[in-house]
Write a protein that binds this ligand. Structure first.
Ligand SMILES: Cc1cc2nc3c(=O)[nH]c(=O)nc-3n(C[C@H](O)[C@H](O)[C@H](O)COP(=O)(O)OP(=O)(O)OC[C@H]3O[C@@H](n4cnc5c(N)ncnc54)[C@H](O)[C@@H]3O)c2cc1C
Ligand code: FES
Ligand code: FES
Length: 494
């Protein structure tokens, strides 16, 4: 297959072509340092603050619409823009120099003081407008969960979010931003589609963007020391924070079959490169008890780039998806060259950030069994902040009751050991027992033998264990009465 060595994307209606660039250069560095487009800010350089938020548009699979999403430019590598449209805060400014309706709403509602966070908020609001006709308060809160403001407070910014819809209803033409109306922009992006795959080399650093899973398998088999890159929300920080030199990077985002999410007769099959934004709604439709955990998983810009495959492969002991996926017997489809095998997620982790992947082997897909209608499945996330925070403890439960006796109970926890791990003593303590407070107390005692958590800046070992016991008690109470109503929500509007 032929290879192309130029990154091409659309910015303000023009095709930008870049031939000679470090493939781990971030979109933010490119904007600020190369183009001197300094509207996009750098706050944290690790995906946390949202000052660097930009919007990326790409043509949907059917080829008839644009998918518009906010991302954190500070941790996105430049080659991942290939074939897409980049929209920055400068792109929104009308040709006559007047304020864009979102900027006007921010001014009118006093949503800006020092202004450092403002471009990021404007871009998150732009993405919200493009994806939601009529958001309620919770949807506005969720859309802004990845943007921090240290001066203004959020009330006036939320008022601006509401005002932008009023401005739009008064006749602002949201499509005549630079780049033109949607059909023209779709045509422009379709013209960028490539038959070949992107392959860059820069001073010994290489970047491959294969376009099929067999090509990916073959490149990785030949380069088993390469870094697989999916959404880059973990890998990006290795470069921006740890200053690691990634010699060879293989990007999975251009492999269409790995970006698919489908439901078969027995499983939800999620390609390892499907974004969390694409995968989560389908998981939650089948497992509503996981809704809160996924809602609180990072922020929209992180979920727009980050993948379930990356979360699982990264294998952090505080990764949020794994406790729940473990208890519902999720399978991983692994591939090395032409050889595929399946493994239970429960058997995948061997030690701290060590997993069962062999040299040149990667996660091709995640297979989640369809829900058992007799089972109660739930995940709880315990962190210092409600939004955009890493868990101190995260739990997953799978419970089947028969006549109020425990026919089957599975529980897994993150944040209590070197890997996400099943609580086998607590599980055994509950098996066959009456589902009541006394049995839960026995299981809480058994949890002490399951885990010896360490102390760190998020919580001491003692507190983690007590929190885990309390979460199990909370799960019990949530199964009483009318169902899985969340007991508290950190003061956030629901
Ligand atoms: C601000 C911020 C907030 C976050 N909040 C949360 C949170 O609340 N909960 C949480 O769990 N995580 C959180 N994360 C971590 C991160 O977003 C998740 O782990 C995410 O799912 C990683 O997916 P990715 O596609 O970005 O992975 P990448 O960064 O692309 O890759 C992560 C790792 O997986 C490997 N990898 C990726 N795909 C494959 C594959 N197909 N086969 C083999 N290896 C592969 C990579 O080589 C790398 O080792 C946060 C990160 C940031 C920056
Ligand atoms: S600079 Fe803070 S999220 Fe990118
Ligand atoms: S206005 Fe200063 S940080 Fe938001």
């Amino acid at each position: 297959m032929s290879k192309s060595a130029a990154i091409r994307f659309v910015l303000d209606g023009e095709v930008v072509e870049i031939n000679d660039v470090d493939p781990t250069r971030t979109v933010l560095q490119f904007l600020r340092e190369d183009l001197r487009r300094t509207g996009t800010k750098e706050g944290c350089a690790e995906g946390d603050c949202g000052a660097c938020t930009v919007v990326v548009a790409e043509v949907n699979r059917d080829g008839d619409d644009l998918v518009v999403r906010a991302i954190n430019s500070c941790i996105q590598f430049l080659p991942t823009l290939d074939g897409k449209e980049l929209i920055t805060v400068e792109s929104l400014t009308p040709n006559d120099g007047s304020l864009h309706p979102i900027q006007r709403a921010m001014v009118d509602e006093h949503g800006s003081q020092c202004g450092f966070c403002t471009p990021g908020f404007v871009m998150s609001l732009f993405a919200l407008y493009k994806t939601n006709d009529n958001p309620g308060r919770q949807e506005i809160d969720d859309a802004l969960a990845g943007n921090l403001c240290r001066c203004t407070g959020y009330r006036s910014i939320i008022a601006a979010a509401k005002a932008m819809y009023v401005n739009a209803a008064q006749g602002d033409d949201w499509l005549t931003q630079p780049g033109g109306a949607a059909p023209d922009r779709i045509a422009k992006l379709k013209a960028l589609r490539r038959d070949d795959s992107l392959e860059l080399e820069y001073h010994g650093r290489r970047f491959y963007a294969p376009t099929s899973v067999s090509e990916l398998a073959s490149i990785y088999k030949q380069n088993p020391d390469a870094t697989i890159l999916a959404g880059g929300t973990d890998v990006g920080l290795w470069v921006t924070k740890q200053h690691r030199d990634l010699e060879t990077v293989i990007y999975t985002g251009g492999v269409p079959e790995m970006c698919d999410v489908r439901v078969s007769k027995s499983h939800i099959e999620i390609g390892a490169a499907a974004t969390l934004t694409d995968a989560v709604p389908i998981i939650v439709e089948h497992y509503p008890g996981l809704e809160e955990m996924f809602r609180r998983f990072a922020s929209p810009p992180i979920r727009n780039a980050g993948t379930l495959g990356g979360n699982i492969a990264n294998g952090s002991p505080i990764g949020d998806s794994m406790p729940a996926l473990m208890v519902i017997d999720t399978l991983l489809l692994l591939r090395c060259g032409d050889v595929e095998r399946e493994i239970l997620l429960d058997d995948f982790y061997l030690d701290y950030q060590v997993n069962d992947l062999q040299a040149g082997e990667f996660v091709a897909a995640i297979k989640i069994p369809l829900a058992d209608e007799n089972a109660i499945v739930r995940s709880q996330k315990w962190s210092k902040r409600f939004d955009q925070d890493i868990s101190a403890v995260c739990t997953g439960y799978h419970l089947v009751l028969q006549d109020n006796e425990v026919a089957s109970f599975r529980m897994a926890c993150g944040g209590l050991a070197t890997t996400v791990k099943r609580a086998s003593n607590a599980e055994a303590a509950l098996h066959g027992k009456v589902w009541n407070e006394a049995s839960i107390e026995h299981a809480c005692e058994a949890l002490v033998n399951d885990f010896r958590p360490i102390s760190d800046m998020r919580a001491s070992g003692d507190i983690r264990l007590r929190a885990c016991q309390n979460l199990l008690r909370r799960f019990f109470f949530e199964t009483q009465g009318d169902g899985l109503e969340t007991v508290y929500s950190y003061g956030r509007q629901r």
